[in-house]
Ligand binder design. Structure first.
Ligand SMILES: [Fe+2]
Ligand SMILES: [Fe+2]
Length: 348
């Protein structure tokens, strides 16, 4: 096990400090260098896909940089669920068949497989839960930013990438923290006391090393802060709700659980979020999570998923409905679902 750094003098999350991120980036450089890099497609997505004028041409140009992802998207577009009466041979056509949202979700899931498909020793996630949690927080953050419109502190794609990677610092800490008998919940205060930094700062150090935009670095660094800056608020809200619903958590997700409105209103105060907006966000998220776990499982096994998350692609109605009913039958029933322990703020 890596030698632990001296304990920090503070045990509570600190406000954003750019100098601290720089120091941590230098200190953790060898460990960060050993992490699988994101595909260069993500960089392109951050530049193009978040624009109002983003088009299938932008996505096709980005995907042309990564033949593996390019192949994934085409295979998905030609998979059973989406098959038309002719093969889909171009990314532009795949974007039309699958929808832009599904293509971006597929790309983000595929390009983080090596990075996030990990079984952590010191944190509680079920199976591919760590990966799933990042994808869900990314989707929730992106949707919140879209609802906020011009008041949003982050672009939609930035929010999705920030959410996807917001906990990546846990990968660094998992190698440094003492291993208990089994995975457990480790608080931010414990992380700081044991390793000298928390996972939010670790995530920011990774993002800074990878030259992700500054607003993403700040958002990741502050997502557990008492006063999250800019996009940190968006991530804190998304993390709280996804954790509450147990997506990627230690047991089955419960998207039917009443959202923790009071907490969300408090967290959303800096964004001037009123209850109707938060309620709408909570109401519109579960359909976006539909199929996400199956997609992660399929990509984890190296096969294109049969059912893409989000809006279904055009397909013969009988086939689509039979697939949907099959999917519904795989979901745990509300009555039989085990209860999910609510995670407190500062742990997700
Ligand atoms: Fe976190
Ligand atoms: Fe989290």
């Amino acid at each position: 096990m890596t030698q632990l750094s001296p304990p920090s003098v503070r045990s509570d999350p600190q406000p954003f400090d750019p100098a601290a991120v720089c120091r941590l980036t230098r200190e953790l450089a060898p460990q960060i260098a050993s992490l699988p890099r994101l595909s260069c497609v993500v960089e392109q997505f951050l530049q193009h896909v978040g624009r109002d004028t983003a088009s299938t041409v932008d996505i096709a140009a980005a995907l042309s940089l990564d033949p593996v992802l390019h192949g994934w998207v085409l295979r998905q577009a030609n998979s059973g669920f989406c098959k038309l009466n002719r093969p889909v041979v171009s990314i532009a056509e795949a974007c039309v068949v699958l929808g832009l949202g599904t293509v971006t979700r597929l790309v983000y899931a595929a390009c983080t497989r090596d990075l996030l498909q990990r079984r952590l020793h010191c944190y509680r996630y079920l199976g591919n839960g760590f990966w799933l949690h990042g994808l869900a927080v990314g989707l929730a953050a992106k949707h919140l930013v879209e609802l906020l419109g011009t008041r949003a502190p982050l672009g939609a794609e930035s929010a999705q990438v920030a959410g996807l990677l917001h906990d990546v610092g846990k990968l660094l800490l998992d190698e440094r923290l003492p291993r208990a008998k089994g995975p457990r919940e480790i608080t931010v205060a414990e992380e700081i006391a044991l390793a000298g930094f928390d996972h939010a700062m670790g995530s920011a150090a990774v993002a800074a090393t990878w030259s992700l935009p500054d607003d993403l670095v700040v958002a990741m660094a502050t997502h557990h802060g008492e006063h999250p800056a800019g996009g940190g608020c968006v991530l804190a809200l998304a993390d709280r709700l996804v954790g509450h619903w147990g997506v990627g958590g230690a047991t089955y997700p419960r998207l039917d659980r009443e959202p923790p409105l009071e907490d969300l209103l408090t967290l959303g105060h800096p964004l001037v979020l009123a209850e109707p907006q938060i309620s709408r966000w909570c109401r519109e998220l579960p359909p976006l999570f539909e199929g996400l776990a199956q997609m992660v499982q399929a990509i984890g096994h190296g096969t294109p998923p049969a059912l893409p998350p989000g809006a279904p692609a055009p397909a013969p109605s009988s086939r689509a409905s039979s697939h949907r009913s099959q999917h519904r039958s795989q979901r745990p029933s509300r009555r039989s679902s085990p209860r999910v322990r609510t995670r407190g703020r500062g742990r997700g």
